[in-house]
Design a protein around this ligand. Structure first.
Ligand SMILES: [Zn+2]
Ligand SMILES: [Zn+2]
Length: 509
């Protein structure tokens, strides 16, 4: 692959160059034709050429910033701050956005580490999401073998240091283009804290902060480059506290009423219920407190549940049934039970209009080429998997799958996707075969494999936003799809009810 004179030397390692873009103009023609059919507008040939030129410039601008954003991501990786405690990480991201001219509001939706950065006066609003929280006890050095940097400390095992950085890079690139081209449009970056269990985005959606957004473009680190309309499981987390009567377990058991009996009876009923719930459901529980000393009839016992299903309304109904089991158990054991909702995520409502657009743009960006050093790193990581994976690095874009399987996990992006048309791509920041929340993901995310993947995401988000601003009919098409899927009379009601953000949920880790 040739290198054009005057371009950043990093260009050599990137497949996103003029050559590729020129080659893909034909493909772009096809996409534009399809979108024209959707939107009822045909772009003239010269507009298509201009679009391609503008995208090419955006990609070049991001290439020039590769090392800058790489350093920023590494700084957040180093800090590895947990949910709702990400003060230093957001200071870095906010500083970058303010320097670029964004207006920043911090502490939104009653969360000190949540923020909104906005640029633009009028026109359609595109939202991008930045996550930045790490996971407890996941410390790992950037080496291809299990080796903690500091035992027991947090680590970026979900790649959120890259997630936040790439989204900021994309938002600033879009802002620069809007400003230079005089295109009407607003770009808004949401700093969304505590994705890992704190559900920051849910509180932001509940506060109405996404109500005026036309589309959300986001991404997540992964082990492949892919954009497809994937969904996730809706999830509700609830804590059940049983209260009984303490008594001497041998001397006066008849005077006691065991709260642990309540928990066991409830779990037993839920386990029987499993045969009579939809196949795709998931119900997990953990007894958080069983009562303490065995010679005392337990007066208090706590069990926490997470209930999941691909559809939010079914998940809600499963919670109702689990609640009935709790009430029945309390009645039968003469204890009292109370329920506290802790988390609640909608399933992701995929949007094919946006996913296809992002997929085409991801193909324009291309994958990345890797160095010998990166290849050796990936090969060693590959030996740590139970089943070796081939190839050991993902340097291509996966084909578009219109009907991908539901991801068996949950995220607070789900709530956003029921309110605003949303697409989420994955970029290969990890070695293929790597699971999120593993030492392998922290390791690759701490070296150049992660940083290269992160720039694929930033570039794809930026040029996809450009397409949307240029062809506003796409916003309407995406919105139409959302309304058809969720129903015309849908009204967002958070699964968490009116609880406050659990700001202290990671304290002490
Ligand atoms: Zn995660
Ligand atoms: Zn994550």
């Amino acid at each position: 692959m040739g290198i054009e004179p005057g371009l950043n030397p990093n260009w050599a390692n990137q497949t996103s160059n003029h050559f590729r873009i020129t080659k893909s103009i034909c493909m772009k023609f096809m996409l534009l034709f399809l979108t024209a059919v959707l939107t009822g507008s045909i772009l003239a040939a010269q507009e298509i050429a201009k679009l391609s030129e503008e995208k090419s410039k955006m990609l070049q601008n991001l290439d020039k910033q590769t090392s800058h954003y790489g350093e920023m991501a590494m700084s957040i990786w180093d800090k590895a701050e947990l949910g709702f405690l990400e003060t230093q990480s957001i200071a870095l991201l906010i500083g970058e956005l303010e320097t670029a001219g964004f207006d920043v509001k911090t502490g939104v939706a009653n969360m000190p580490t949540a923020f909104i950065a906005e640029w633009g006066e009028e026109g359609p609003v595109i939202g991008m999401l930045a996550e930045y929280d790490a996971l407890p006890n996941m410390s790992q050095a950037a080496v291809p073998r299990k080796e903690a940097r500091e035992d027991g400390k947090p680590g970026h095992a979900c790649g959120h240091h890259m997630f936040g950085t790439a989204s900021v890079a994309a938002a600033i690139t879009v802002k620069n283009w809007l400003s230079e081209s005089g295109t009407p449009g607003k770009i808004r970056l949401y700093g969304t804290p505590a994705e890992e269990g704190g559900g920051g985005k849910v509180f932001m959606v509940r506060a109405g902060l996404f109500d005026d957004v036309d589309a959300v473009l986001t991404w997540h680190p992964g082990d492949a480059n892919i954009s497809s309309p994937k969904s996730t499981l809706a999830a509700i987390g609830a804590k059940f506290t049983f209260t009984g009567k303490a008594s001497h377990a041998a001397g006066f058991p008849d005077r006691g009423r065991s709260a642990l009996d309540g928990v066991e009876a409830m779990n037993s009923m839920v386990n029987l219920m499993r045969e009579h719930i939809p196949m795709e459901s998931r119900i997990h529980y953990s007894i958080e407190f069983g009562g303490g000393a065995p010679n005392v009839v337990p007066a208090k016992a706590i069990v926490s549940y997470i209930i999941r299903h691909p559809d939010m309304p079914v998940t809600r109904d499963l919670l109702r049934r689990v609640q009935l089991a709790a009430e029945g158990a309390a009645r039968g054991t003469e204890t009292v039970v109370s329920m506290e909702i802790q988390t609640g995520y909608f399933n992701i409502m995929p949007n094919a209009v946006l996913s296809k657009l992002v997929h085409e743009n991801m193909k324009l960006v291309g994958g990345v080429s890797y160095t010998e050093e990166e290849l050796a790193f990936a090969e060693e990581i590959n030996t740590s998997f139970a089943k070796p994976v081939n190839p050991v690095l993902a340097n291509t874009i996966d084909p578009y799958d219109p009907n991908p399987p539901v991801v068996s996990a949950s995220t607070d992006v789900g709530d956003i996707s029921w309110v605003v048309p949303t697409s989420s791509l994955r970029a290969a920041t990890w070695v293929p075969g790597t699971s999120a929340h593993s030492w392998q993901s922290v390791a690759a995310g701490g070296m150049s494999i992660g940083r290269k993947g992160m720039m694929v995401a930033a570039k794809t988000l930026a040029i996809s936003a450009l397409d949307l601003y240029k062809q506003p009919g796409l916003f309407a098409a995406a919105k139409k799809e959302l309304i058809e899927k969720r129903g015309a009379d849908f009204k967002y009601e958070a699964l968490i009810g009116d609880i406050d953000p659990p700001l202290d949920y990671r304290e002490g880790y």
